[in-house]
Structure formats: C-alpha cells, structure tokens
Design a protein around this ligand. Structure first.
Ligand SMILES: O=C(O)CCC(=O)C(=O)O
Ligand SMILES: [Fe+2]
Length: 329
C-alpha cells in the first residue's frame, strides 16, 4: 500500500500518532520492514466510537474515516513532510547554543557532543571498559541467580514488559506485532533502577550513575519531561539473532506526546571481536546524507541518539551480546 494513496485528515492522524506514541513509551518501538503491516486504526480505543451517535444527518460529515496504515507508512508519510531530524531538533531548548557557549551547564558532555546530537542526530563515546566489564560480570550473575529475569522480547505480550500498560497490550494489534520473534531475537528485562535493591551493586550502580549524568546534561539543552528513564537490559544469545530496522519513537518536536526522546545505549561485551557481528547499524537522517554507519558493540562503547530521528538495526550477532539501554522522555 502506498502512503500517498491514503487520504487522512490532520486530526485523525494526530490522534492516531498520539496513540502510537503511547505504545512507543512502552516497549513497542516503531519497527518497520517487510511484512510489518499494522492497522493504525486498530490501535487504542474510543476514537472510532466517538462518532457513533445518530443525530439525523449531522453525523454524516463527521464520520471518521478509518484508515489503514502501517507504522512504516506512517513514518514514511511524516518523513516525507519533514526530515525527522529537523523535527527532533525542535526538542532542543531555544537557548541551547547560548548554553553551549556558556558551557557552564554541561558537566559530563562536551559542547561538540551536544552539537553532534543536534546536527547529526547521534554521537558516540566510550566509557571505562574495565568498569563496564566488571558490570557485565555482575549482571550475568544477577541473571544466573534469577535476580534479573530475562524474557524473550519476541514473546507473547503480557509476559514480557513489566513497565507496559495492560490496556495497550490487550487492545493493540500493533503492540502484539512488536513482540514478533522474527523482528528481534533478544531477551530483555526492564530494570527498576530507582526501586530495587537487586541493582544495588557496585559497578552496575556506577554505570547507572553515568546514564543519569548524561541525562542531567541533556536536560539543560533538550526539553525532557522526566528525571527518570526506562532502563532495558537486552541479551542476544548469538546464533545470528538480530533486531530488524526500526525507530524507537515517532519524530517529535516536543509538543505534547509522551514520546521517547533520547536513546542511550552502552554495550557490555568485553571479549567482542569483529567476527561476532552484532553491530548496530545507524541510518543517518536524509538531511545529513542518509549514509549507514556501523557501531561496534564492544565494552564501553556508548551511543546517544534522538529516538524519533534515527532508524537503526541490530545486525546478526554470533556471540552473546549484552546492552543496557536508557530511554529518556
Ligand atoms: O542493542 C542495540 O544496539 C539496539 C537495541 C534497540 O534498538 C532497541 O532495543 O530498541
Ligand atoms: Fe531501538
């Protein structure tokens, strides 16, 4: 189905984007690719019933048109209207360049990293590999002792994401589809970093502090609504497991929706070598040339990107591959 052929009204799409965005705020990233057709009209509830009353003659004009559109089509349509990076650049506070010049508000990130995030939609950095390697040992121990319970991300909904909203799980065909094991081969656990003593471990808590530091700096230059973030641990077991091309959120200019705005991922693979694969492939936004960049998932490598602007894909991984992601809203 071609997105151009789909007539859709402004209000219609904004409501539907709102509902999709709520999905994105759980673990329902906006995946797209072959065979990923979803009914936008299936998502959520209420909207289609809003016009069910029968005042003679009046409702005809107001009858909402039900439009079928996959997430891929929705994103393609939005991208066609405006480059997703230029939309997400609106997330930056108006005075962000002044703040960079003052540099006083940045404690952990550099001015050039913030500028890269603005201009390219992402930047990479490296954390102390020995801290990350020690954290991996702690995490594997927590997994082996069942203190962290990983569940296949491509599993049936309702059993996977403790942070997810049951209403979404039940009402949304799209949500179900995002748990398609063909799309992703990892097992995941959402970490309640602020609540659980389980994660009160020396190295892991030091690493969480690093994420929080980044978030604190980002908050000075980007409109972020929350102090907290969602933390997801993801383990790919090897055997060529991957995560198909997707976007973590819709392009978001910071208006009103509960979107993931910034994705921060750190890799924890101390023994990683080229033949292990599992690179993160980044698709640069069209306005920066649209090239592909591959990020090696080696211990300490960190990527920070604008969730609504960067398509990405986990390439087949032939060794266990561990990553800790934080999504800031
Ligand atoms: O682990 C990675 O490199 C990316 C994972 C990812 O894209 C996701 O969990 O949404
Ligand atoms: Fe992602």
């Amino acid at each position: 189905m071609s997105s151009e052929a789909t007539p859709i009204s402004e209000t219609n799409i904004s409501e539907r984007i709102y509902q999709l965005s709520n999905l994105a705020a759980t673990d329902a990233p906006l995946r797209f690719g072959e065979g990923d057709a979803k009914r936008v009209s299936d998502i959520g509830s209420g909207l289609d019933g809003d016009f069910d009353y029968d005042y003679e003659g009046q409702e005809e004009d107001e009858e909402e048109e039900i439009v079928e559109m996959s997430e891929a089509e929705l994103i393609a349509m939005l991208d066609g209207e405006r480059d997703p990076l230029s939309v997400c650049q609106q997330l930056f506070v108006k005075s962000y360049e002044d703040k960079l010049d003052a540099a006083a508000d940045l404690k952990y990130l550099s001015k050039s990293q913030i500028q890269e995030l603005y201009n390219e939609g992402y930047f990479t950095m490296d954390w102390d590999a020995s801290l990350v390697a020690a954290t991996r040992v702690e995490i594997m121990d927590l997994i082996n002792t069942q203190q962290i319970k990983l569940e296949p991300a491509g599993h049936q909904p309702g059993t996977v994401d403790s942070t997810s909203d049951d209403e979404n799980v039940e009402s949304s065909g799209a949500f179900c589809a995002s748990f398609d094991s063909r799309a992703r081969g990892d097992s995941i656990s959402f970490l309640k970093v602020d609540e659980s003593p389980v994660h009160d471990t020396e190295n892991l808590s030091q690493m969480i502090a690093l994420y929080k530091n980044i978030q604190r700096d980002l908050k000075n230059v980007i409109n972020l609504k929350h102090e907290s973030a969602e933390y997801q641990l993801a383990l790919y077991p090897g055997r060529g497991t991957h995560y198909e091309k997707h976007r973590d959120a819709l392009p978001d200019d910071g208006s009103e929706w509960d979107q993931r705005r910034v994705t921060i991922i750190c890799y924890l693979n101390s023994e990683w070598k080229e033949a292990d694969g599992g690179h993160l492939r980044i698709y640069k936004p069209p306005m920066t040339g649209g090239d592909q960049v591959e990020i090696e998932p080696q211990a300490g490598r960190v990527i920070v990107f604008l969730s609504g602007a960067i398509d990405h894909e986990v390439m087949p991984s032939y060794a266990e591959r561990l990553a800790l992601t934080a999504w800031c809203q």
